[in-house]
Design a protein around this ligand. Structure first.
Ligand SMILES: NC(=O)c1ccc[n+]([C@@H]2O[C@H](COP(=O)([O-])OP(=O)(O)OC[C@H]3O[C@@H](n4cnc5c(N)ncnc54)[C@H](O)[C@@H]3O)[C@@H](O)[C@H]2O)c1
Length: 253
């Protein structure tokens, strides 16, 4: 088994949205193990505090209770992180919601908008708040946690799939826009991972989620964090605007 080099994040400061559980918390753990200091943003204060307590043994953790869909709240969170650490080098746009499962026709427009507000506008607000800071410093790594649903679509979650497709398009545009500034912007597209996003999963739903996955299993949040970690590192030096697949063979592009 080849040795896997552990990314070195010494001296780096990372913002992880939704960093208090699931894929975001695993990413925060990986970044902390590599020496990054962390600013975790999420809506749920209790779980933010629990994450900060856990990670405090490894690194300095700053937390901000914020709704990423709220532009003013995101601007304030970015200012707070920069005031606290003096810099932000890494942004992981991980906060997201699945929204309702419903066929188009009964899927409410207000629910569709609510999903776009968090998954798409949240990513946009965080990029808007931090890209000028990163560009001015000449260094940045941004990773947008999209989904294979944004490439392939999934029935009954049209709002989610549309928001993730738009997140991928935003990644492509922004990656090209800032390509000469030292700021790299990439996306990851996991298939289903057993986190809180689904709520309780019964056997039928598990079967349906795995039906299109050739590797026939869920991806662990730790595996997704490994890919995000590399994209957050200096080792990722010539990829931007790109979408990195982690879907067990479901998507091959
Ligand atoms: N679990 C999967 O199967 C899967 C697959 C592909 C992509 N993803 C994506 O991975 C990301 C993380 O999801 P997860 O699976 O860890 O689920 P999760 O439900 O455990 O985590 C979602 C995180 O987002 C935060 N969040 C939600 N709405 C927010 C808001 N308005 N403002 C701030 N924070 C908010 C939550 O507090 C939580 O920390 C999401 O973007 C999700 O779409 C998940």
């Amino acid at each position: 088994m080849p040795t896997i080099a552990r990314p070195d994040f010494a001296g780096r400061v990372a913002v992880v949205t939704g960093g208090n559980r699931g894929i975001g918390l695993e990413t925060a753990r990986l970044l902390a193990r590599g020496g990054a200091r962390l600013s975790l943003w999420a809506r749920d204060t209790l779980r933010l505090e629990a994450a900060a307590t856990e990670l405090a043994d490894m690194t300095e953790v700053h937390i901000v209770q914020a709704d990423v869909g709220d532009e003013q709240a995101v601007q304030a969170a970015a200012r707070a992180a920069i005031d606290h650490f003096g810099q932000v080098d890494i942004l992981v746009n991980n906060a997201g919601t699945l929204g309702p499962r419903a066929p188009v026709g009964t899927y409410l427009a207000s629910d569709f908008e609510a999903v776009l507000r968090i998954n798409l506008m949240g990513t946009f607000h965080c990029c808007s708040a931090l890209v000028p800071h990163m560009s001015a410093r000449g260094y940045g790594r941004i990773v947008n946690v999209a989904s294979v649903a944004g490439k392939d679509g999934n029935p009954f979650v049209s709002g989610y799939a549309a928001s993730k497709a738009a997140q991928i398009a935003l990644t492509k545009s922004l990656g090209k826009e800032v390509a000469t500034t030292g700021v790299l912007v990439n996306a990851v597209t996991p298939s289903a991972s057993p986190t809180d996003i689904f709520g309780e999963l019964d056997e039928d739903r598990k079967r349906a989620l795995l039906a299109n996955v050739p590797m026939a299993r869920f991806v662990a949040p730790e595996e997704v964090a490994q890919m995000i970690g590399w994209l957050c590192s200096e080792a990722c030096s010539f990829s931007t605007g790109a979408t990195f697949d982690i879907s067990g063979g479901r998507a091959t592009f």
